[in-house]
Design a protein around this ligand. Structure first.
Ligand code: C5P
Length: 308
């Protein structure tokens, strides 16, 4: 057993998010392109004496809004590994760099990060495929955060197929004052589609895949798409203003990230990303602006200390 393990888990943005009809199990079938970006939650796991249980500490912006009980995704991830030999007596400190309830998989990053950290801490020796299967039981985005990179997701987002991608992309993320609840946004999607005929099965836009293959940022910007955007805008109308500022300052494209309310803008290069970030900050429409590149790797161990 190690003395401590530190894991870094990235945020995601959906470059395309196609949403199908509500299924009998309460989920929606998706056709999505996940893209991991360089905003991170860092997790430090250390073993505790028998009987201590989980001591969970969250630090950073918005940490106070994350539940610390057994509904916390990191707590659920630890519990899921106990049958595989993990001790339930662990201290887990999570430094949040991913916006809370921002549609960027912050909770999923904590679950994926915990799986990687606990596997390493107790030397469980679980394979990548085992971890992906366990991840899928914790949430729709958790397998992707383990995987990282740029990946096509189907089913509820848990079935992953790597995509052929060239280039590095420069993103600006505009964070909102208050989060949006993912289930509420999906419910609003259903409400907006009630009475408009059956929701078609979702597909990934071929022009977006072609843009990624070619490493063509301008074409990628034009093909960003999110079927949940109308629902997020309906619940948070001020997001329309954020999206139009991106247009005005020449973003290659702008889209609501996942279920929102974070909006993602693609810049031409790093310098343009700085210009966009300044424009958003000056506009007063948002609380915080962050820049990040993508794609980046999935949740991984960045430091481990041996028992002395
Ligand atoms: O899987 P996760 O816990 O992230 O999903 C949160 C909620 O979002 C689900 O309970 C469901 O209401 C909604 N959801 C959905 N279809 C998906 C993913 C999530 O309806 N593919």
């Amino acid at each position: 057993m190690l003395a401590s393990v530190t894991v870094r888990a990235p945020a995601k943005v959906n470059l395309a998010l196609g949403v199908g009809p509500l299924r009998p199990d309460g989920y929606h079938g998706l056709a999505t392109v996940f893209h991991a970006v360089g905003l991170y939650d860092d997790l430090v796991a250390t073993p505790l004496p028998a009987g201590s249980g989980l001591q969970l500490v969250l630090e950073g912006e918005g940490a106070g809004r994350v539940p610390l009980d057994d509904t916390n995704l990191a707590a659920r991830a630890l519990a899921a590994l106990v049958p595989y030999g993990a001790s339930p007596d662990v201290s887990l400190t999570i430094r949040k760099g991913i916006p809370v309830a921002g549609g960027m998989a912050g909770g999923s990053a904590d679950a994926a990060g915990t799986l990687v950290a606990i596997d390493a801490l107790f030397g469980l020796g679980l394979s990548r495929d085992d971890l992906l299967d366990i991840a899928a039981t914790l949430g729709s985005d958790v397998p992707f955060v383990l995987h990282g990179g740029t990946v096509v997701g189907s089913d509820t987002g848990t079935r992953l197929t790597p995509a052929l991608v060239r280039g590095t992309y420069h993103w600006v993320f505009v964070l909102a004052e208050e989060g949006l609840s993912t289930p509420l946004v999906y419910r609003e999607f259903d409400r907006l589609h009630a009475g408009t005929g059956p929701v078609p099965e979702p597909t990934v836009p071929p022009e977006l895949m072609a843009a990624l293959r070619a490493g063509d940022a301008a074409a990628l910007g034009k093909s960003l798409h999110n079927d949940l955007q109308a629902a997020a805008l309906s619940l948070r109308p001020t997001l329309a203003q954020v999206l139009s500022i991106g247009d005005e300052y020449g973003a290659l494209g702008g889209v609501v990230s996942g279920s929102g309310p974070t909006c993602a803008f693609l810049a031409r290069d790093d310098e343009h990303a700085v210009d966009l970030a300044v424009a958003f900050t000056a506009s007063g429409v948002c609380r915080t602006v962050k820049r990040a590149i993508g794609p980046v790797p999935g949740a991984r161990v960045v430091d481990q200390r041996a028992e002395v």
